[in-house]
Design a protein. Structure first.
Length: 123
């Protein structure tokens, strides 16, 4: 495809794992193919691949934003990614506690429930 796509696919696989990425790609249809290409190039090949922040920091920011915005459909995946990027269970808890102050207790409460399930499964 392109250098940006290839870089993005490598980062996406490193952060999310081959199993997750393979499943996402297997479910691609002609309708969703442009979106898969877009997120691989832009999110993973441009933003996640930048030198300005390490992956641990990017994972912390991502967890806080997903929790604060109530984007629960992505949160479990990024809790697993945060673990892959070296965050401990305690650090994930601290991110969500910090989120409670700035984004609200209900948002953090839901995020804690999702993270607890993922961490209990050892994912």
């Amino acid at each position: 495809m392109s250098e940006t796509y290839d870089r993005g696919m490598a980062v996406r696989r490193e952060v999310l794992g081959d199993e997750h990425v393979d499943a996402a790609l297997a479910g691609t249809t002609p309708f969703t193919a442009p979106f898969q290409e877009f997120i691989t190039k832009m999110a993973w090949g441009e933003v996640w691949a930048r030198d300005g922040l390490d992956r641990r920091s990017r994972s912390m920011i991502t967890l806080a934003l997903l929790a604060g915005l109530g984007r629960h459909e992505e949160l479990a995946m990024h809790v697993r990614a945060a673990r892959r990027n070296g965050l401990t269970e305690a650090e994930i808890g601290e991110v969500l506690l910090h989120t409670a102050v700035y984004a609200g207790v209900p948002a953090a409460n839901s995020a804690f429930a999702i993270a607890r399930r993922v961490l209990a499964d050892g994912e």
